[in-house]
Design a protein around this ligand. Structure first.
Ligand SMILES: Nc1nc2c(c(=O)[nH]1)N[C@H]1C(S)=C(S)[C@@H](COP(=O)(O)O)O[C@H]1N2
Ligand SMILES: [Mo]
Length: 559
């Protein structure tokens, strides 16, 4: 393939403009590499919509990174970026990918053959990543192969055009025509030869035209592919397929007194769209209700399987339950409260009749994720552990486990709240371990008593002369919050006004007013006390292995 003669290093003496030009001339080549990669992955991602998420090299690479990343990194991503952790993963992949692609573009400038070989190597690696996913089939190789073909074709075109542009620019600057590096038979006679200026303009138009077309193809396929995924077969259509029955046991009405009426406090019921989302699924599993079944097996007298029609025919119950993530940092918002519609898991387990030696249920989702829940909790007569199909009056949103998930009051989500659940294996804690237990977290995860200040916002300014209203939420699921206390700076703890208790499985709002606060900077700290008399500790510790502790404290100023 063509090589540029003027790029051999060290052939000329000192020339101030030369390095700058060389760097400027590199840009079209870097762009060629980046565009070729974007076309490769964008087109593959678009075609992948026909084959299923695992066939997209981007999605499979992301899922593989999640599976392989050390648990400290996963923990960090969840506690630092919360529900945005997947966006951050995609952004980081984008940045690293762009750098690699630009490097390949730079290599292709020297040797187009080597550049193409590098794209082929990347394609081979991505192909392996796709085919090694547990959910992929051999046909899933096609999007990557087609994408790679187009990517290589684009690199040849763009890199060739970039080389033409660099050469024309160089020739234009020196005033000598381009004939020197062309084979004799293609040289034009001096009479018909265009000026070097024309050559330069022509090659610039050619490169820019190709680059624009490449950008359009890459951007178009990524945008279109992602939107098909997000809006096509996703939530809307799925929700239309499932009609929820009216509950046999409706949830208790929520009294007006469940809210303290302070703007800025998280609402008592979290709207589905604002509900935090934490899971390891890079692409939300799509499970048609007609294809869904739940199998209960393991240490049981009778293995049972239930399908969606049977489940919806059962007398379903509605309960208000606050879900919380073990990775929630002190003061964080990885928790939410919803009205769940579902069937008590204890009734299903009773049908299967667990054997005496069983002490745990390992629930498994369609994507292989698992949670270990004490059998004792799931069979507790006084606890509304649900196989849920509804969330706040709607079928479960796809991201929250459609068509069915578990909801267990009093336990963190990682040991109980399996979304897209398809299997309950009755077993023993000493026989099996769940996804996060294998990554250093405790096998059991009861929710600790905790509280949070929502108002004022950290570093808020309050006008002097006004009273300072402090408000927020407190939770101690399945135990109940009996008291919340706040203190200004290092003053005495003061009892706050608590909102009505809806049940012991939900959070509880609270508010307090400090009158006559001096101007200047202040802090306010909160702690909750549960119905068993345990006070939220002020000892700070990390979320791993069983939830962060410490008291939430914010600073504000009166001026
Ligand atoms: N299938 C599956 N279910 C899952 C998880 C997961 O990664 N995969 N994460 C769990 C964790 S850690 C939490 S905190 C809750 C969060 O539920 P939400 O996303 O509906 O808020 O789901 C749980 N269920
Ligand atoms: Mo979690």
């Amino acid at each position: 393939m063509t090589q540029t003669a003027h790029e051999t290093p060290g052939t000329t003496g000192p020339d101030a403009g030369r390095n700058g030009r060389r760097r400027r001339h590199l840009i079209p080549h870097l762009l060629a590499g980046i565009l070729a990669a974007a076309i490769f992955l964008g087109v593959a991602d678009l075609i992948a919509q026909l084959f299923g998420p695992a066939s997209s090299p981007l999605v499979s690479l992301g899922s593989t990174i999640i599976t392989l990343s050390p648990s400290w990194l996963q923990d960090f991503a969840i506690s630092f970026f919360g529900s945005n952790n997947k966006l951050v993963l995609y952004l980081s992949m984008g940045i690293v990918g762009m750098i690699l692609a630009a490097l390949i573009g730079a290599v292709a400038r020297r040797s187009l053959r080597l550049g193409v070989a590098l794209v082929a190597v990347v394609a081979a690696i991505l192909l392996m990543v796709v085919l090694l996913r547990p959910e992929s089939s051999p046909l899933d190789a096609l999007p990557t192969i087609i994408g790679a073909g187009l990517g290589i074709f684009s690199l040849l075109l763009l890199s060739g055009a970039a080389t033409g542009l660099t050469r024309a620019a160089e020739a234009d600057r020196s005033g000598s025509p381009l004939t020197d590096s062309r084979p004799a038979e293609t040289r034009r006679s001096a009479a018909t030869r265009p000026s070097t200026e024309d050559e330069h303009a022509h090659s610039r138009r050619r490169f820019l035209g190709l680059a624009a077309a490449g950008t359009a193809i890459a951007a178009g396929s990524i945008t279109f592919g992602r939107s098909v995924n997000a809006f096509g077969v996703g939530a809307g259509e799925a929700a239309a397929r499932l009609v929820l029955p009216t509950p046999a046991v409706p949830a208790a009405a929520i009294p007006a007194g469940a809210s303290v009426g302070v703007d800025g406090v998280a609402p008592f019921i979290t709207p589905n769209n604002d509900f935090y989302r934490i899971d390891t699924a890079l692409v939300v599993p799509e499970l048609a209700p007609d294809d869904w079944t739940l199998r209960i097996h393991g240490l049981v007298e009778e293995e049972i399987t239930i399908d969606m029609a049977e489940l919806l025919d059962l007398p379903l119950e509605e309960h208000h339950i606050t879900l919380a993530c073990v990775s929630n940092p002190v003061g964080g918002d990885l928790l939410g409260n919803a009205t769940w519609l579902g069937y008590p898991i204890r009734e299903l387990l009773a049908r299967a009749r667990p054997l005496g030696e069983a002490d745990m249920v390992l629930s498994r989702s369609v994507d292989g994720w698992t949670a270990s829940t004490p059998l004792e909790v799931l069979t507790d007569e006084d606890r509304a552990c649900l196989l849920a199909v509804g969330m706040n009056g709607e079928p479960l949103p796809a991201q929250h486990g459609y068509p069915a998930r578990l909801v267990v009051p009093g336990l963190y989500g990682y040991v109980s709240a399996t979304k897209w659940v398809t299997e309950l294996e009755v077993t023993r804690f000493d026989a099996e371990t769940a996804y996060w237990t294998d990554r250093g977290w405790d096998a059991e995860g009861p929710i600790l008593v905790a509280s949070r200040i929502d108002v004022p916002r950290p570093l808020a300014r309050v006008s002097s002369g006004e009273e300072v209203v402090v408000a927020g939420s407190a939770w101690a699921q399945h135990e109940g919050v009996s008291e919340v206390e706040v203190r200004l700076d290092d003053g005495d703890w003061e009892s706050v006004e608590l909102a009505d208790e809806v049940n012991i499985d939900t959070w509880r709002q609270w508010r307090h007013t400090f009158a006559d606060v001096d101007s200047g900077r202040h802090s306010v700290t909160v702690r909750a006390i549960n119905a068993a008399g345990e006070t939220q500790t002020d000892e700070r510790r990390d979320p791993i292995p069983n939830a962060a502790t410490g008291q939430h404290r914010i600073e504000f100023s009166v001026e």
